[in-house]
Design a binder for this molecule. Structure first.
Ligand SMILES: C[S@@+](CC[C@H](N)C(=O)[O-])C[C@H]1O[C@@H](n2cnc3c(N)ncnc32)[C@H](O)[C@@H]1O
Length: 192
């Protein structure tokens, strides 16, 4: 994603609008069943439902999930909101055509995410890296991806897009890692 698009992401955070990186990748995604990890108030899950996906969307916050379901209802679609702690969540294997995660570090789930994709299914992930600490020292390191972390964690997938950005001197949440990766179309399950 270009720096100008990332700046757009930072400056134009709308709680009910999807992240631009997801919108940008949509033409490369196969429709079907999607999982949104740490859905927040549902901006991305609802967008995916509007595009025809059947969406499971998980968040720890019951209030956020309720807001997400209400947003879906208001926009004439439905999502399956799930209140759960992702630190202890099990993703059913071979289940999803799309798994996405935005602005959340789902490190304990990385291997389950890869296994949860159907062959040909896609992972779209964008979150903050440790570079953020140079821009915003009060940001918490335990929320940050390491440099290249997504690249290594999902190396068994076919990586179509990976980049990291750092826009020094701008506002917070500007050091982002962005990934689009596809589970290879083979009969071999991943990591088992
Ligand atoms: C920065 S928000 C991002 C929300 C959404 N992905 C978006 O882009 O709008 C992070 C979300 O992670 C959720 N969260 C934090 N810890 C969690 C956990 N252990 N399990 C599930 N959700 C969690 C929070 O409730 C919050 O909604």
């Amino acid at each position: 994603m270009s720096d100008s698009l990332i700046l757009k992401e930072i400056k134009e955070y709308y709680w009910d609008q999807p992240v631009p990186f997801l919108v940008e990748q949509l033409p490369r995604l196969r429709n079907g069943r999607a999982l949104d990890l740490a859905m927040g108030e549902g901006r991305n899950a609802v967008y995916l439902a509007e595009q025809g996906f059947t969406v499971d969307a998980v968040d720890l916050s019951e209030k956020a999930v309720r807001k997400g379901m209400a947003l879906a209802h208001g926009r004439g679609v439905s999502i399956n909101g799930i209140v759960a702690d992702l630190d202890h969540y099990r993703i059913p294997p071979d289940r999803y055509d799309l798994i996405c995660c935005f602005f959340f570090l789902a490190r304990p789930l990385f291997s389950e995410i890869a296994k949860g994709l159907r062959p040909g299914g896609a992972l779209v992930y964008q979150s903050v890296t440790t570079e953020e600490l140079k821009i915003n020292p009060t940001f918490r390191r335990e929320w940050c991806l390491e440099q290249n972390e997504l690249l290594h964690a999902f190396r068994d997938l076919r990586i179509l897009v990976y980049h990291e950005s750092s826009l020094r001197g701008t506002t917070s949440h500007s050091a982002l890692a962005s990934l689009l990766a596809i589970r290879p179309d083979s009969s071999e399950p991943i990591g088992r």
